[in-house]
Design a binder for this molecule. Structure first.
Ligand code: LLP
Length: 418
């Protein structure tokens, strides 16, 4: 459930008409509902209530400060994958002891930054990274808390670009090989082994692959404990899917129950890194129809948002529902909804039956709260769009629209070219 609902013919976000926000901030813009963010977080959090756990929201899905703040106020931690995300998490008020840091290519300066906070743990993805983190921790006179991110070789049955837990994927350490790395980690002077982690993919719509992964993790924990290695945290990553179109993913409750059932008496704190399932349906992208072109091979609805604002349809061929902000009786026609960018890959929907759009009207691209703004760019020198948060009957611009000056911020023309 989410808080983007029609009242009569008008789409509202909580108690604010979306049109009113468009009049104030212009289009396109991202719009988030605080109530949806909170209720999704709480539903997920309470699903794991039976076990000691930390919900570390995956910042890559939506890293706006205000959004992160919603979760840190509810006691959430943050899953980060870069120095920049650590910085954002801290600015949003995250407790460093609830930050977990994953990523296959952590740079030395990022590792130093993470050690200076100090965060809950590094999810280490290679033997070389392990040795480097140990060295850097030594040079800073500290100890690095670590888990190894293992690759359990489970098929998440999702889009190949967002599946991460297969042997052929670049992520994690082969689960069988990981025992050697754990033994190594346990002997390193500046490393404190505290956990095991994994993340098998994103937009999973069945619990089966998660259960398979957790079974393999459980076996590994037993094996490590037999070696005398202390494991206090099990991080199961994120990945639970949402409904974009017809998908019927498990409810967080079912997901949590299936995982918890596999871990009786495990005596660990569970860490979860959900992203999409919390924010995906808590945000929309509002765009205006610029022109319509009909009567040729195809009908086009040309809108003012483009692939630089929301790249998911172009990159993954993903489906985002599109609906008018103002409903009225009209025929439906088959259209491509496209943006102003100079490539044919720039579309928000293909061959979609939609109510015949009119120039000047507003459309909502639904389920755009996850991997929407965070994946946006300035391609075609398009200023990035604002982000707006609704809280009951008020709205707040939580990131302003970029201006032309922002586009060249930090650039310069060198002396010889002047
Ligand atoms: N933890 C780790 C280590 C991850 O790599 C990811 C996502 C998550 C947690 C959060 O996964 P979620 O709960 O959101 O599924 N841009 C793609 C999704 C990429 C996901 C990358 N990793 C998309 O728009 O579908």
């Amino acid at each position: 459930m989410h808080d983007f609902q029609y009242r009569g013919d008008e789409l509202f976000c909580e108690d604010v008409a979306v049109r009113k926000i468009a009049d104030a901030v212009g289009t396109p813009f991202y719009l988030y509902s605080r109530h949806t963010l909170e209720s999704h977080f709480q539903a997920f959090d309470s699903a794991f209530g039976k076990m000691d756990h930390i919900i570390c929201f995956s910042a890559k899905a939506n890293s706006n400060l205000a959004v992160l703040r919603v979760f840190t106020r509810l006691g959430g931690g943050v899953d980060v994958v870069s120095g920049g995300e650590i910085y954002r998490a801290m600015q949003a008020g995250a407790k460093p002891e609830k930050i977990v840091y994953s990523g296959v290519g952590k740079r030395p300066d990022e590792i130093e930054f993470a050690l200076s906070q100090p965060i809950l743990m590094f999810n280490i993805e290679s033997s070389q990274e392990l040795v480097l983190i140990d060295q850097i921790a030594g040079s800073l006179g500290t100890k690095a808390p670590v888990s190894l991110r293992v690759n359990p070789d489970v098929d998440p049955k999702t889009h190949p670009y967002i599946s991460t837990g297969l042997k052929k994927n670049k992520f994690g350490i082969n689960i069988k090989k990981s025992v050697d790395d754990y033994i190594l980690a346990n002997t390193l002077p500046n490393t404190r082994v505290i956990g095991v982690s994994c993340h098998i993919g994103s937009q999973l719509t069945e619990v089966g692959p998660f259960v398979e992964a957790v079974q393999r993790i459980k076996d590994l924990v037993a094996r490590l404990r037999a070696e005398g290695i202390q494991i206090r945290y099990i991080d199961l990553g994120g990945g639970l899917g949402i409904t974009y179109n017809q998908e019927e993913p498990p409810h967080p409750r079912e997901y949590a129950e299936a995982l918890i059932k596999e871990l009786p008496g495990i005596d660990c704190t569970l860490i979860l890194e959900p992203g999409r399932v919390i924010v995906g349906n808590a945000g929309i992208l509002v765009t205006k129809v610029l022109y319509t072109k009909e009567g040729g091979e195809k009908n086009f609805v040309i809108v003012d948002a483009a692939m630089n604002d929301l790249i998911r349809p172009s990159l993954y061929g993903s489906y985002q529902r599109i609906q008018p902000i103002h409903k009225k009786d009209r025929v439906e026609i088959m259209v491509d909804v496209v943006g102003p960018i100079c490539e044919s890959g720039d579309f928000l929907a293909k061959d979609r039956k939609l109510p015949k759009a009119e120039s000047g009207e507003l459309l909502a691209v639904m389920s755009a709260g996850a991997y929407g703004f965070t994946m946006s760019s300035n391609y075609n020198s398009r200023p990035r769009v604002p982000e707006v948060l609704v809280d009951k009957d008020r709205f707040y611009v939580v990131r302003r629209r970029e201006e032309y000056e922002d586009l060249i911020h930090g650039e310069s023309i060198p002396e010889p070219l002047k």
